[in-house]
Design a protein. Structure first.
Length: 119
């Protein structure tokens, strides 16, 4: 695991160090139950530039939360899926969604996000 987690002695700080990137939680959410290619992730996270999406995926891969599989075909085929460690973060992402949804609703704001859960 290479996330600079050694800087943190706090479990919350370590967690945020792993998933605190601008799009990391959203990427993990979309990969939680499926395998996707880069182009599919781009459609699900359109606000991320290709460069930013690539950077966030690499950081998640370095942290052992995402598995990147490259197939030796032409044109190249690359797929991303969540590792077992990454899957263990699902309850945290759900709790963050619920808390954030309540916060937005209390402020009179409408939820507009490609991450959804059924509560």
């Amino acid at each position: 695991m290479d996330c600079n987690c050694t800087e943190y002695n706090c479990p919350v700080g370590a967690t945020l160090g792993l998933i605190g990137g601008k799009y990391k939680s959203l990427i993990l959410w979309h990969l939680i139950d499926t395998t996707l290619r880069f182009g599919e992730l781009r459609k699900l996270v359109p606000q991320a530039t290709p460069k930013m999406l690539t950077q966030q995926l690499r950081e998640l891969e370095d942290a052992d939360l995402v598995i990147r599989t490259v197939y030796p075909v032409v044109p190249p085929k690359v797929e991303y899926q969540v590792s077992d460690l990454g899957k263990s973060i699902k309850p945290i992402l759900e709790a963050m969604y619920i808390w954030g949804a309540d916060y937005l609703k209390a402020g009179g704001k409408e939820i507009s996000c490609s991450m959804t859960i059924h509560t």
